[in-house]
Design a protein. Structure first.
Lengths: 328, 281
């Protein structure tokens, strides 16, 4: 097996170490709130599953239960933020930003309110709950909002960094992550910055740009290709602002791009990369993601594979992108 | 401090500014803006603890205009109260103006939130009232709501929440003028019995004549003294108040006067509908 040369630190044992992004969120929020009295958390009747339960127990005076009312939650958070607080609104991605998009647009983004939006249970890996609860459009509807930062961390450690950076950033931030545990690929020393992507592997034939749960799958795909193609890998947790410089750089180097995200292929990471490259270095791009369909109930990994977000789908996309490059 | 007669005169000056602004803008919402001039005058010239020279004072009372479309009355009142120059009023809705078609936070001193899409204001006012409790501050937060706005589900989410959290530092005032864009509220989506609905949600409910300055002031003072509950003041108003041809006609909800109409309107406002005979053309 070909040895991979990692450019930034990663956990080579990633496949065996599964961690939870939502745990990372909940634990970090509590840690930050110990020193920062301005942090408040709001829940829309999903306190346990979004992992704000611990915060609610430790800081009951700063925890606000709004009931199943995501629109009101967004508005209350805006009012708190205008008054100097740093509110975290927590729910599933399908409900927030799904049901309260207008409130997020006007009360939060246009007003530049310092509200942090946590969209848990994003992606098809929600599994058994079925299509209604699988948030696959959230990055598309948030990415179009001015003033909003959109983050899609890959694993627990990266989620912790995202939460810390979100508090440091004055202004609205959306952070999305899934329900299932994901491979712990990044390590504490891995870089993380709003607006930046990070090269994990350098390649010359094709570069994969991935976010969230698809990052580890992409690395797995590269390992399986076993050196038959020289494939680069970019971790792109910052969907907006997106790292144009890095995208242009790797497009120039490899001339073929694959994007991988647990989201509809329209409007998310793949679209963001295509927007950058079509205006600078037109490059063949194959997008791996949900193919404009709704999901269904099932076991998370099975759903990922069935709906075109499996390791084999990434391998096929890499080969297609390579072929497209050579055809042009 | 002004007496009631002086406040009434101030309200009519604000009405006159509203007509002038809308004429200049060529679009905007006449009826609700005119109808709420007395309530805004009572709030900004008598009740609110505010200082135009310190618009960001952390202990100031907050006023959130949830029904952002009646912002001409808010802009005119703020200018008359000295938050910014009256000469700015005629830039309403124009390119580069601080007086956006719907209010935007940060654009002008005294504007506390961004509003326009209906029903978002009460939630934000709740956030401000909660922040006052968290910070141990004793400012009062006011939210101005329209009646038509009660069609929105978000408002009822907020109405339930305010009671759950016993936000006695929150007062809402409803502009009950019975009209919305498509017609009379009771035809578009019946709201009555509105007071009973609020009572059933466990709010403290007051009803006032929205053009009786004394009544408005005493109900606002009363609301401040209520503990354990938020208060709603249902202010019965005449849309287009002060201008005969606009009064109670829902077509004036979202329309601005032509220059001829504005001339007639201003004459009516200045002469108190002909009561003052010395007014010349």
């Amino acid at each position: 097996m070909t040895e991979l040369k990692f450019i930034n630190d990663v956990n080579s044992n990633y496949k065996d170490e599964l961690t939870s992004c939502r745990d990372g969120f909940g634990e970090t929020l509590v840690e930050l709130a110990k020193d920062n009295q301005d942090i408040v958390a709001l829940s829309a009747d999903l306190t346990e599953s979004t992992r704000v339960e611990d915060f609610a127990k430790k800081f009951p005076e700063r925890f606000i239960e709004v009931g199943v009312a995501e629109q009101n939650m967004a508005g209350i958070a805006a009012g708190l933020a205008i008054s100097g607080k740093i509110p975290f609104i927590t729910s599933y991605a399908v409900f927030s930003p799904g049901r309260n998009w207008d409130q997020i647009r006007v009360s939060i983004c246009y007003s530049k309110s310092n509200v942090k939006i946590i969209g848990a249970h994003a992606g098809i890996s929600v599994g058994a709950d079925g299509a209604t609860h699988q948030g696959l459009e959230d990055m598309a509807i948030t990415r179009v909002l001015p003033n909003l930062v959109v983050l899609c961390p890959a694993d627990k450690i990266e989620t912790q960094k995202a939460v810390i950076e979100a508090v440091k950033h004055h202004g609205p931030v959306y952070i999305r992550f899934g329900r299932e545990k994901t491979s712990q690929l990044t390590v504490n020393s891995s870089p993380f910055k709003i607006g930046k992507g990070f090269e994990i592997l350098h390649g010359t034939d094709v570069t994969i740009i991935a976010c969230g749960a698809m990052l580890a799958r992409s690395l797995n795909a590269i390992e399986k290709l076993n050196g038959s193609l020289s494939v680069g890998l970019i971790n792109m947790p910052s969907i907006k602002p997106i790292d144009k410089e890095l995208i242009i750089d790797v497009a120039k180097n490899t001339g073929a791009i694959v994007t991988a995200e647990e989201h509809q292929i329209t409007g998310g990471l793949g679209s963001a990369v295509a927007e950058v490259l079509s205006e600078s270095v037109p490059t063949p791009i194959i997008r791996v993601g949900m193919l404009d369909r709704f999901g269904e109930s099932g076991e998370p990994n099975l759903l990922m594979d069935h709906y075109g977000m499996g390791v084999d789908d990434i391998i096929a996309a890499v080969k297609r992108a390579h072929k497209l490059k050579n055809a042009s | 401090m002004m007496n009631v007669n002086q406040l009434q005169i101030k309200a009519n000056e604000i009405r006159q500014s509203i007509i002038e602004m809308l004429l200049e803008a060529g679009s905007g919402h006449s009826a609700g803006s005119l109808g709420m001039a007395d309530v805004f005058t009572a709030l900004y010239f008598e009740v609110l603890k505010i200082d135009p020279s310190k618009p960001n004072n952390p202990n100031r009372d907050r006023l959130v205009l949830s029904c952002g479309h009646i912002c001409p009355v808010l802009y005119a009142t703020l200018a008359h109260r000295g938050f910014f120059g009256r000469n700015e009023l005629k830039t309403l809705r124009k390119f580069g103006s601080n007086l956006q078609g719907h209010p935007h936070i940060g654009s002008l001193p005294g504007i506390e939130t961004t509003s326009g899409p209906l029903a978002q204001g009460l939630s934000q006012a709740i956030g401000m009232a909660l922040a006052a409790n968290l910070n141990d501050q004793d400012y009062q937060t006011y939210a101005i709501l329209s009646d038509g706005e009660h069609n929105e589900g978000q408002l009822w989410e907020a109405i339930m929440f305010a009671v759950k959290n016993r936000l006695h530092n929150l007062t809402t005032i409803i502009d009950r003028n019975n009209i919305q864009i498509d017609g009379y509220t009771e035809d578009v989506m019946p709201l009555e019995p509105l007071a009973e609905k609020y009572r059933a949600f466990n709010w403290h409910v007051l009803e006032v004549d929205g053009h009786n300055i004394n009544e408005i002031i005493s109900s606002l003072r009363h609301a401040r003294a209520v503990f354990e509950k938020p208060t709603v003041i249902i202010a019965h108003t005449i849309p287009g108040k002060g201008v005969d041809f606009m009064e109670n006609d829902y077509h004036w909800h979202g329309k601005a006067p032509s220059s001829k109409e504005a001339q007639t309107a201003i004459k009516e406002i200045r002469s108190l509908k002909g009561a003052i005979k010395s007014e010349h053309d």
